[in-house]
Design a protein around this ligand. Structure first.
Ligand code: CTP
Ligand code: CA
Length: 225
């Protein structure tokens, strides 16, 4: 039944958004992390909420605070982020994976602070679970699944591979070409690749405006179902 209001096209829909970095513990006082600010994911969560969706935001460590009607679940590691997403995914209509998830995590975290000893020191790492890829495997036709991609070379080709391998409906490719796009900035320049074969280029704009563009695509996808 298509009784949506024009201003709240996602009324009655539920969404899952991931945002920020993950912290992978080395020992009780150290971790492997990255420079993701979480701004893009939080902006998407806010926009989905504004459009009427019930939003669950699974957030890595950030300095940001989402509005009170967004249900925020704070996590640290890739494994914790996976577990939260895994338990929420089946009940959501929309999932946007904008977190910068660590690809590798220490094989084991030391229980005590590691003491400085030898000149060389190696930490053994193992692959983390691919959250987007795992959710993609069990995605149903009523769900809209969006992933991100950050590439430095063969951008479109690599983003296309991610779209297929992870079974996403859309991949938002962050351009590294332009000054002012990506990590730590308030702006982004994106290209959105869709499973239906479309590629759409957007101008450099604020992360809030990019979030609007992405959510517009999500609304259209949901309305076509
Ligand atoms: N992603 C994820 N779980 C991971 C790694 C990535 O869910 N363990 C998601 C990201 O949130 C993003 C998408 O997968 O939506 C692509 O992330 P990216 O780092 O660009 O791709 P990877 O598959 O990790 O490949 P690589 O880093 O080697 O390019
Ligand atoms: Ca990665």
């Amino acid at each position: 039944h298509n009784h949506f209001r024009a201003d709240k096209p996602l009324e009655g829909k539920t969404a899952l958004v991931t945002a920020g970095p993950t912290y992978e513990a080395i020992d009780p006082v150290r971790f492997i992390g990255n420079h993701s600010s979480g701004k893009m994911g939080y902006a998407i969560a806010e926009e989905l909420n504004r459009l009427g969706a019930k939003v669950f935001l699974v957030s890595g460590p950030t300095h940001l605070q989402a509005s009170s009607d967004i249900e925020t679940i704070r996590v640290l590691s890739a494994q914790e982020m996976f577990e939260s997403c895994n338990s929420l995914f089946d009940k959501v209509d929309i999932a946007v994976m904008s977190a910068a998830v660590a690809d590798y995590t220490p094989k084991e975290a030391a229980s005590q602070k590691i003491k400085k000893k030898a000149e060389d020191f190696t930490i053994e790492l193992k692959k983390t679970i691919d959250i987007l890829g795992t959710l993609g495997q069990r995605k149903t036709t009523n769900q809209t699944l969006v992933g991100f991609a950050l590439e430095t070379n063969n951008e479109l080709e690599h983003a296309q591979e991610k779209l297929y391998h992870k079974n996403a409906d859309f991949i938002v490719l962050n351009s590294m070409q332009d000054e002012g796009a990506g990590f730590g900035t308030d702006t982004n320049k994106v290209t959105v690749l869709s499973r239906s074969g479309n590629t759409k280029n957007y101008d450099l704009k604020s992360k809030q405006e990019v979030a609007k563009d992405i959510c517009q695509i999500i609304v259209e996808h949901q309305q076509q179902l």
